[in-house]
Design a protein around this ligand. Sequence first.
Ligand SMILES: Cc1cc2nc3c(=O)[nH]c(=O)nc-3n(C[C@H](O)[C@H](O)[C@H](O)COP(=O)(O)O)c2cc1C
Length: 180
Amino acid sequence: MKILVLYYSLDGNTEAVGERIAKKLGADSAKIVRSKRVRPYTAWRRFKAKLEVARKKKPDIFPVKYDPRDYDLIFIGTPVWFDSYNPVYNTLFSVIKIYDRKIALFSCGENEDTKALKKFSDLLQESVIIDTYHTVEPLWWDEDDKVEAAMVDAENWAEEVAEKTEKILEEEELNRRLVY
Ligand SMILES: Cc1cc2nc3c(=O)[nH]c(=O)nc-3n(C[C@H](O)[C@H](O)[C@H](O)COP(=O)(O)O)c2cc1C
C-alpha cells in the first residue's frame, strides 16, 4: 500500500506530527509551501488571514512534491486557522480532485475544538475519509516527555488507520475478483 503524508504548517506543529507519521509508516511526505510568506502575528496580518479563511481564498502555492493521486492512502494535515482548515487546501483541491483514494485528516490547534476537521471533511466530501485526528499544539508542551507522548499518540492513530485501510483495500480487491 502506497502512503503519502501531506501537510501545511506555519509554526512546525503539523509538520512535526506529519513527519513522525511518515517515518512510522515508511510513507512519503510532502509539505505544502505558499509562494508568498505569511506571518499572521500582528493584528492587521491576523485580520488578513481571517479574511482569507472566511472568503475561502486560494493563496498561491508551489507545486507539491508528490501527486496524491499516486497513493492508496493519503494523510492530510492542517493547522486550525479561525476554526477552519488552512486556505492552501482551497488552492490544492481546486486543481486536483481525489475521488477514489482513502484519506485520513489530522489537525493541530490551540484548543480541543474539532470544527476545522468537520469543515475539512466537507471540503473533501468526494473522497473516502477513513478517520480524523486532532491534537493540541504538540510541540509547545514545556516537558519533553509530553511532546513525545503527543507524537506517539499520533503515530498510534496513524498505524490504526493504515491497518484499517489495508483491510478495506483487501476486501475491495476480493469483491472485484468475485465479480469477474
Ligand atoms: C492565523 C491563525 C489562526 C488560528 N486560529 C485558531 C483557531 O481558530 N483555533 C485554534 O484552536 N487554534 C488556532 N490557531 C492556533 C494554531 O492552530 C496552532 O498553533 C497550531 O498548532 C499551529 O500549527 P503549525 O505549528 O503547524 O502552524 C491559529 C493560529 C494562527 C496562526
